[in-house]
Ligand binder design. Structure first.
Ligand code: 5AD
Ligand code: SF4
Length: 439
């Protein structure tokens, strides 16, 4: 029996998809890379903006023909949209057999078995804490041990930014016990993983909900000494939760990489206030100054949203001036999308869609210039690059990442895949650098 998983959204969804895959593998299923020939298709969905939700409905529409020609095959919808829309998905797409919410992905194999035994269709989207959820993955993750692995450390979010659906679909913060995470990372490293990215909707909140008062920097200190673990990354971070302990852990621990993703969202105080972000521009800038002073060579990336309800042309322009001053190495940029159930979604002073898109265009142009000029400044430097493998394009080229997470492409022997190499950075690009191997 063969399955195919399509993943939308963030790295947490990638991690959840990988766990679902391991569970199905253990239940005797085999993964395939396309819908044709699959006996089970799982869509792991995202609700953060409207567009990925539309995409899911259109994919479900396309899969109607697949389902008609394979009447015994099963179609499952998992993830944030499954949590949010539940029964509505079955109403709009009655050929869906299983809808499983964000706290139920680790039951995929059981639910599939039940529906195959005639107990379907099933919609499982209760939000109650399932005690086994937090501990899923401890021994599973190492079934697949990629060179660079994602390791969820805290799920959910308790922040309630006014535009954001995540707390509604993923529930409140829930940290995994540190010993489970350490065990999982050791198992991954034992099977060949050399880099881990610790994941959470806000990793810096790690431990607040656990007895014993462990913090995220404590977790970094516990993972750093693991032999053969070369690199530790983490994402994503709420600016309000950056502490001196984090800065010193990043500065002192050899395996923690010099990169932080610190979503700013907006560059003007009234907007930040209306977004319920919990910091001012001045506080954000102080945080960046502390990080840059404490962690030499730090790359700073961010998320920025334009067209939040009520955003004026002046507020937008003021934000652009600030982004120019801060100089992010890269930014994920988004046009605001109203989400059901959120505070901002109720507001009536929406910015017209064409204005949102025009501002997005302008922001992207500005950020591309900044990204390129920051990369130009890196030319001539030496970087330690972890080689992922062959580059997507180009004969004899290898792709990898520098410690600051920038992509580097070099000509070299394919046998270097999986190793650390020294590279002299040559050509700057928007996506990173072309470089030369240092002999
Ligand atoms: N509309 C547009 N972008 C959003 N994000 C979160 N919610 C929304 C929304 N309603 C963006 C934020 C967040 C990133 C993951 O997605 O920038 O950091
Ligand atoms: Fe999308 Fe947010 Fe859910 Fe990730 S947590 S899949 S970004 S809605």
């Amino acid at each position: 029996m063969k399955y195919y998983i399509i993943t939308y959204g963030c790295q947490m969804n990638e991690a959840d998809s990988s766990l679902m895959a391991s569970l199905l593998d253990r239940a005797g299923w085999q993964e395939v890379e396309s819908a044709a020939g699959a006996d089970l298709i799982v869509l792991n969905t995202c609700s953060v903006r409207e567009r990925p939700e539309h995409k899911v409905y259109s994919t479900l529409g396309e899969l109607r023909a697949w389902k008609q020609s394979n009447p015994d095959a099963l179609l499952a919808v998992a993830g944030c949209m499954a949590q949010r829309a539940g029964e509505e998905i079955r109403r709009r797409a009655p050929h869906v057999d299983i809808v499983l919410g964000t706290r139920w992905f680790h039951h995929i194999h059981d639910l599939v078995a039940r529906v195959r035994a005639g107990d379907g269709p099933l919609v499982v989207s209760e939000m109650e804490e399932d005690p086994s959820a937090a501990r899923t993955g401890n021994d599973l993750a190492a079934d697949r041990a990629p060179l660079r692995a994602f390791v969820p450390v805290i799920r959910g979010c308790s922040n309630f930014c006014s535009y954001c659906i995540v707390p509604l679909v993923r529930g409140p913060e829930s940290s995994r016990p540190a010993e489970d995470i350490i065990c999982e990372v050791k198992a991954l490293v034992g099977r060949g993983t050399r880099e881990v990215t610790l994941l959470g909707q806000n990793v810096l909140a790690y431990g607040r909900d656990l007895p014993g008062g462990a913090t995220f920097p404590d977790l970094l200190r516990a993972l750093d000494p693991i032999p053969d673990l070369w690199r530790i990354r983490f994402t994503t971070c709420h600016p309000r939760d950056v502490t001196d302990e984090l800065v010193s852990a990043m500065a002192e621990l050899p395996s923690v990489c010099e990169h932080i993703h610190l979503p700013i969202q907006a560059g003007e105080d009234k907007l930040l206030h209306d977004m319920n972000r919990g910091y001012t521009i001045a506080q954000y800038r102080t945080t960046v100054d502390r990080l840059r002073a404490g962690v030499p060579g730090l790359a700073l990336t961010t998320d920025i949203m334009v067209g939040f309800p009520g955003e004026t042309e002046e507020q937008f322009e003021e934000s652009l001036r600030l982004y120019r001053c801060i100089g992010f190495d890269a930014a994920f940029t988004f046009a605001y999308s109203p989400r059901p159930g959120t505070a901002a979604g109720e507001r009536e002073d929406e910015v017209p869609q064409d204005t949102r898109l025009a501002r997005l265009r302008k922001l992207i142009d500005l950020q591309n210039g900044i990204t390129l000029s920051r990369n130009k400044a890196g030319v001539g430097e030496e970087a330690e690059v972890l080689v992922d493998g062959p580059a997507h394009r180009g004969e004899g080229l290898l792709a990898g990442r520098a410690r600051n997470n920038k992509q580097v492409i070099v000509a070299g022997d394919q046998r270097l895949a999986g190793s650390l190499v020294r590279v002299k950075l040559a050509e700057p690009h928007l996506w990173g650098f072309r470089g030369h191997l240092d002999e």
